[in-house]
Design a protein. Structure first.
Length: 483
């Protein structure tokens, strides 16, 4: 087997990041071949796109036999869009594979066997669950990678080049692409209202002939579209992000605002319509230049019994009903009785810390994002929570200053990369009786737990599915200090 060859395989299992795994015999012995969009039991022809000594990657060019587990995906963009990876399998199977990812990560990476590995908690909703959708504009449409390889080979045989129609495209990045856009009319993870908003905006942009921003030439106007919804509050935010320009003013958007307001109902109110400008070349949906076209610069959302302010670019769990399940599990593992001091690391907008504050003596929350800390303080005041302090700074720097508080419980929810090594080394010095670790990446969770296992016993671990139709999963671990 070598790069460029086509091999027929049977997919044996699911691998990390949702790729199908097959083992192929070649000159190097058994080589693991990873195939996106393929699921166990499927037989397919695969074009090898990368070959290393111990593994290879490829794309399916022909499905020879469907997996018994395969179902019909409801979304017409499935397999092309870079978002969902698992719409072609039942939700029960998705949960099974996510539970396996957690178990295998703990065993193979962390060398850990927890006291209990509890069944994964499902999301209350399988579709239309996202409260935030972030779309990109682009000038180049995305072609399915599998068909691209087939069409490219055919074109090369004829001595031709593949045509590419440039224009204004609005949607998600294609699988494995940084600048090509899958032009979508609707998404099965966002609400029907969000899809209606997308329809109105697309028509307006095309009518005005507004050019999309090109990641290659760094020219153009339209960059991102962000829609946020309060699933419980009914408040809606629409944030149109463009390149910085002096060609347009706020008055230019007035007809669009009027059209959007026609979509309001008794359960959905447009409390924030924004125009954000971004002059940098990086493809990130961030801006400090925000113009309010209608309403205010933020919306409110309710999670459990608490109300939270959500700014245009602040982090907030994208599955509101799933977040309630997650936070309830964190509270269960923390098991507070009213007299404990809690340190909440990587606290974001303070959601977990505030969830725990009612049963704690004192909570100290640390977060590097100053905007998130500002929102957290507002949220605490909004909910009348007086026993929580928010500290702005790097966790690895601020943690040392909290040693003298002698916390009973430490709760942490680090980014996908896991804990900073300095912060991780600091944790045992707190001598807290309990640590509750919330992770969005089972592999880095397992790595960090291996380090902490010298001082702490991993008592319970449980997955929480916040992201149906994708391979992503949240995991919560309860650690008890060794005697």
């Amino acid at each position: 087997m070598k790069k460029g060859s086509v091999v027929d395989v049977t997919i044996e299992k699911m691998g990390y990041k949702g790729v199908g795994i097959s083992r192929v015999s070649d000159d190097d012995g058994q080589t693991v071949l990873m195939v996106p969009n393929a699921i166990p039991g499927e037989e397919c022809s695969v074009l090898v796109t990368k070959k290393k000594k111990n593994f290879a990657e490829g794309v399916r060019v022909k499905k020879l036999k469907a997996s018994p587990k395969e179902i019909s995906a409801p979304c017409p963009y499935f397999g092309v869009c870079g978002g969902c990876k698992w719409q072609h399998m039942s939700y029960a199977d998705q949960l099974t594979y996510k539970h396996q990812f957690i178990e295998e990560s703990l065993h193979h990476i962390g060398k850990i066997t927890p006291g209990e590995l509890l069944p994964i908690l499902p999301s209350p909703e399988e579709y239309y669950y996202r409260n935030k959708i972030e779309l990109s504009f682009g000038v180049v449409p995305y072609r399915a990678q599998e068909s691209y390889h087939i069409d490219r080979q055919a074109a090369q045989e004829k001595g031709e080049k593949l045509a590419s129609e440039e224009g204004m495209y609005l949607g998600f990045h294609g699988q494995g692409s940084f600048f090509k856009i899958v032009d979508i009319e609707s998404c099965h993870l966002e609400s029907p209202l969000a899809n209606s908003i997308l329809t109105v905006l697309r028509a307006f942009f095309k009518k005005k002939k507004l050019p999309a921003y090109s990641q290659r030439s760094h020219e153009g106007f339209l960059r991102h579209l962000i829609i946020r919804e309060g699933k419980n509050s009914g408040e809606v935010m629409v944030n149109i992000m463009t390149n910085e320009t002096e060609d347009y003013t706020a008055e230019f958007w007035e007809p669009l605002v009027e059209e959007l307001l026609l979509l309001e109902s008794d359960t959905a109110k447009f409390e924030s319509i924004l125009w954000s400008k971004h002059s940098g070349v990086s493809d990130v949906a961030r801006s400090t230049d925000v113009t309010v076209l209608h309403g205010r610069e933020y919306i409110f959302e309710k999670v459990g019994k608490y109300m939270f302010k959500i700014s245009p670019f602040s982090f907030f769990q994208t599955n509101t009903k799933g977040a309630e399940v997650l936070y309830d599990l964190v509270a269960e593992f923390a098991d507070l009785h009213g007299g404990e001091t809690v340190v909440d690391l990587y606290s974001g907008t303070g959601t977990i810390g505030m969830y725990l504050a009612s049963k704690a003596k004192k909570v100290y929350s640390v977060e590097i994002d100053e905007n998130a800390v500002a929102d957290a303080r507002t949220n605490a005041t909004l909910n009348g929570i007086m026993n929580i302090d928010f500290i702005s700074g790097k966790v690895e720097n601020e943690a040392a200053r909290l040693l003298f508080e002698s916390p009973d419980v430490i709760v942490l929810d680090p980014p996908r990369a896991g804990m900073h090594p300095g912060a991780l080394a600091m944790l045992p010095k707190f001598k807290a009786q309990k640590i509750v670790y919330v992770s969005c990446n089972p592999t880095t969770l397992a790595r960090d737990l291996q380090v902490l296992s010298k001082d702490y016993e991993v008592k319970r671990v449980r997955g929480v599915d916040m992201f149906p139709q994708t391979y992503h999963v949240e995991t919560v671990a309860e650690l008890i200090r060794r005697k």
